[in-house]
Design a protein around this ligand. Structure first.
Ligand code: NAD
Ligand code: TDX
Length: 355
């Protein structure tokens, strides 16, 4: 059992990071939270308005790959715990610009590990220090129609994003084996929910449907993803952070697999219902486009270890999570307009012109 006192959350202004901070900061008033985020296009302080003035929360703008800065944070704040979420996270962008993924995801992770080792030394006490690395199911590669990834599945990353995350996972484990740095890793499936940037499938579909623009489906829409509501992910992170076994890996999934086309149809039907549009209207916007290069066919995770050892289970069904997500985007149109700015539109044009 690890008892955090001062948690360095990296990437706390992003999608999962902001949901995590909004969940944790009010629930753990005696724990200090330092949010280190460089505020790339994916990070937004608007996400954190509800905790902005909280006495146990502080924001620091900076890069996880900036060694002097990270070392100073360890010294100044007496960091006991790292929850490392900062990353370049979008597969399509990694296909356009792979190097930034190596710099943030791989070099950034090693920079944090080094700072932790400098601050806590070799063989640090796991009760006092913990480095929690958040990773992805994409490190395992692509499944056929049957079977599941487990914690023992060999790594087989296939996109530049997945390769950069796989490398970071290997470094985190290397620090455990080599220096006894107390680490824990979780690999989760596709998250969705409030504050997700509209480059990702679910918010992209919602935004395009609201604007009555074509909804691009890669290939035939038969690829399968395993969907996890971000609030369920946050309760899993909380559980693993406090009770996960040092050196261990946990897979996080709610067991909600869907073909992309089925998911998009269900989402559009929910949206039509909430907007009072005639049933089936938004489905007409679906447009099949050129496939993503190296598009992984299927992800599905076996989360038995997390469920059995740590007693976690998801609170939301896919239908409930999707409905909450649709309602959140409909009631936060100002947020959507703020993030879907000129630079987003330029990205979108470039990305989808090719398709
Ligand atoms: P996101 O892209 O929404 O947010 C990333 C955050 O990191 C942003 O706030 C950004 O400003 C910040 N950041 C980027 N580069 C940085 C740097 N060099 N220094 C400091 N901050 C930097 O990502 P997300 O979807 O919230 O993902 C969070 C983590 O979870 C990532 O590590 C990602 O690999 C992992 N993950 C995400 C999913 C998913 O479905 N979203 C699934 C599995 C794993
Ligand atoms: O316009 C689109 N059309 C489409 O058909 C987009 C953006 C996506 N897709 C497909 C590709 C995938 O099969 O939908 C699926 C989901 O795509 P993304 O939202 O880009 O997610 P994915 O590539 O599966 O990766 C996500 O899950 C694992 C996150 O972005 C990663 O950060 C995470 O590690």
């Amino acid at each position: 059992v690890h008892t955090p006192e001062v948690i360095l959350v990296t990437g706390g202004a992003g999608f999962i990071g902001s949901n995590f901070l909004l969940h944790m900061v009010p629930r753990h008033p005696s724990v200090q939270f330092i949010n280190l985020d460089s505020l790339t296009y994916a990070g937004n302080l608007l996400n954190l308005r509800d905790i902005e003035g909280a006495p146990n929360y502080r924001f620091v703008r900076g890069d996880v790959a900036d060694a002097p800065l990270v070392e100073r944070l360890f010294r100044e704040y007496g960091i006991t715990t790292v929850v490392h979420l900062a990353a370049e996270s979008h597969v399509d962008r990694s296909i356009m610009t792979p190097l930034s993924f190596v710099l943030t995801n791989t070099v950034g992770t090693v920079t944090l590990l080094e700072a932790a080792r400098k601050a806590w030394g070799d063989q640090a006490d796991p009760k006092r220090f913990r480095f929690y690395h958040i990773s992805t199911d994409e490190v395992f590669g692509s499944l056929g129609p049957e079977g599941y990834f487990t914690e023992e599945t060999p790594y087989n990353p296939r996109s530049p994003y997945a390769a950069s995350k796989a490398a970071s996972d290997h470094f985190v484990r290397a620090y455990w084996h080599t220096y006894g740095l107390p680490i824990v890793i979780s690999n989760c499936s596709n998250n969705y929910g409030p504050y997700q940037f509209p480059e990702k499938l679910i918010p992209l579909v919602i935004l395009n449907a609201l604007e009555q623009r074509p909804i691009p489906i890669y290939g035939k829409g038969e690829n399968v993803r395993d969907w996890l509501y971000v609030r369920d992910h946050c309760t899993a992170i909380e559980r693993i952070l406090f009770f996960g076994q040092t050196g261990q890996t946990y897979l996080v999934s709610a067991g909600c697999e869907r073909k992309n086309l089925e998911l998009v149809e269900q989402l559009l039907d929910l949206l039509d219902e909430e907007l009072g549009r005639p049933p089936g209207q938004s489905r007409q916007l679906i447009t099949f486009v050129k496939d993503r290069p190296g598009h992984d066919f299927r992800y599905a995770l076996d989360a038995s270890r997390l469920r059995q050892e740590l007693g976690w289970s998801p609170a939301y069904t896919l239908e409930e999570g999707l409905r909450e997500t649709v309602r959140w985007y409909l009631t936060h149109r100002d947020w959507l307009e703020a993030v879907a700015d000129a630079s987003y539109r330029a990205y979108y044009e470039k990305q989808y012109a090719l398709r």
